[in-house]
Design a protein around this ligand. Structure first.
Ligand code: SF4
Ligand SMILES: [Zn+2]
Length: 464
């Protein structure tokens, strides 16, 4: 049901190695599911940007303008800001770069690399375009220049990331994205893989850096944009996601950063797959106002937009799920809101999918009995798994974190709900979000010893 589309955010299509078969390379990219490619148009003393610009063909091939740090010594003979300004209006230009610092190869003196980098940041801020940054063995200076020059304001990505986890962390705090190449698939790239695994999904981009850095199993051959799929496959592996999830997430990230999004608000998803589960978004209403709610920052979960303009009916839900609900491992009533506020819909749709042979899970705040003023559990016997947000080891902590209007009645009601649920539902699990300072062990004891149910910890800042 989900079309798969990738964006290669960094390729050098004007490289001479593509001269013989560039059209076929682009065709193979389309065939492999690429929706767009960003061609890095590098300034050249004779041709300026023309070689790269000549290949732009939006909405498939977009472009970025920059002087490569390897060539930074050329900065003495050109007003690079004026050059960039002059071409920035060309259709398809979405970024400035690649620019930055390369102290590994040192093809240009450090001083001139820094000068060129600063000029790029200044013109990017002036034009309000994001930066594409190259940084190799130059962490400290890269971060310092980005900070000193206020690069946060314009944002961007660090391409082919090879830095430390601390650098990645700092960049994410500054609002930057981190982009990974085929290096992620190389046996020696444990460090990059660790960084990729720990980063929030919403900050990751994928690229090929073609014609360089072919991923496995193409390593050693000329790299081309179609191979970005192998980078995505590796990322899916590392993050425990499906390839379709990584495609959707990284494509949305690229579109957000490079301004390739449509301007109208997108339609909210009612049914949305993550891994091999199908989630149902039936309401955005909640009983609580949790301090850590992801809704406060964004209505997008794993690349799915969830802000409903109106709550779906039973028929909307059936239609959104489509003909083959059994191809998913489970149907999950979840979404950005409390599903059991819509108890009647959950029952009707849940039993409908159960009859078709699906496994049913409900993710809930455990307050349904207070909302409906009766014990609703006997009505939920069609449910296979009930996942209840416990979130605290005691009343006081619960109220501080969850800010529920039910006040002191809420926490004991959840404990009762957990214990009672075992009589009707085969698998009951209490969950907590691993917030800094929360006594997770104490929560585990409440779940396992006091209530006799399963226990699961969800990572803070990670939804879906
Ligand atoms: S119940 Fe979930 S969606 Fe509602 S406020 Fe809490 S965290 Fe946010
Ligand atoms: Zn490059």
């Amino acid at each position: 049901m989900d079309g798969i589309a990738f964006i290669d955010t960094h390729a050098h299509l004007d490289d001479a190695r593509f001269n013989k078969d560039r059209a076929q390379v682009l065709e193979r990219a389309r065939q492999s599911g690429l929706e767009a490619i960003i061609n890095i148009c590098l300034w050249h003393p004779e041709e300026g940007f023309e070689r790269g610009l000549g290949l732009l063909n939006p909405p498939f091939v977009f472009g970025s303008l920059g002087l490569h740090p390897h060539d930074a010594s050329l900065i003495e003979g050109v007003d690079i800001k004026a050059e960039i300004r002059r071409h920035s209006h060309r259709p398809g230009i979405v970024a400035i770069g690649e620019t930055g610092l390369d102290y590994h190869y040192m093809n240009s003196p450090r001083k001139l690399q820094r000068k060129a980098f600063i000029e790029h940041i200044r013109v990017a801020r002036e034009l309000a375009l994001p930066l594409i940054i190259h940084s190799r063995d130059a962490e400290e200076d890269t971060l310092k220049i980005l900070e000193d020059e206020g690069a946060e304001e314009t944002g961007g990505c660090v391409h082919c990331f090879s830095g430390s986890p601390e650098m990645a962390q700092r960049l994410v705090e500054m609002g930057f994205y981190i982009s990974f190449t085929g290096i992620l698939t190389f046996p020696g790239a444990e460090g990059q893989r660790r960084v990729a695994t720990s980063l929030p999904d919403e900050r990751i981009l994928i690229e090929t850096d073609a014609p360089y850095l072919s991923p496995l199993p193409h390593r050693g051959k000329r790299c081309e944009p179609a191979f970005v799929v192998e980078v995505a496959r590796k990322l899916a592996d590392l993050k425990g996601l499906a390839l379709t999830d990584v495609a959707r997430i990284t494509t949305l990230n690229a579109k957000t950063l490079f301004g390739m999004l449509q301007t109208e608000e997108p339609e909210a998803r009612i049914a949305y797959p993550i891994r091999n589960s199908l989630y149902l978004n039936i309401t955005n209403r909640c009983n609580n106002v949790c301090t850590f709610c992801a809704k406060l920052t964004s209505y997008t979960v794993k690349g799915h937009y969830l802000k409903l303009k109106k709550e779906p009916t039973f028929f909307d839900v059936i239609q959104a799920v489509g003909d083959e609900p059994t191809r998913y491992d489970e149907i999950v009533f979840c979404g950005f809101g409390e599903p059991l506020i819509r108890l009647e819909l959950v029952k009707k749709a849940g039993m409908y999918f159960k009859r078709m042979g699906c496994k049913i899970r409900i993710d809930t705040d455990g307050l349904a009995n207070l909302v409906h003023r009766r014990n609703v559990l006997p009505e939920l016997m069609f449910v296979d798994v009930l996942s209840v947000s416990l979130n605290a080891p005691d009343r006081g902590t619960y109220q501080k974190l969850i800010r529920t209007p039910f006040g002191d009645r809420a926490y004991p009601a959840i404990l009762w709900f957990l214990r009672e649920a075992k009589r009707y539902i085969p698998r009951v699990v209490a969950t907590v979000v691993s917030l800094p300072g929360l006594d997770v062990e104490a929560c585990r004891r409440v779940a396992v010893e006091e209530c006799g149910v399963g226990f699961r910890v969800r990572e803070f800042n990670r939804v879906g």
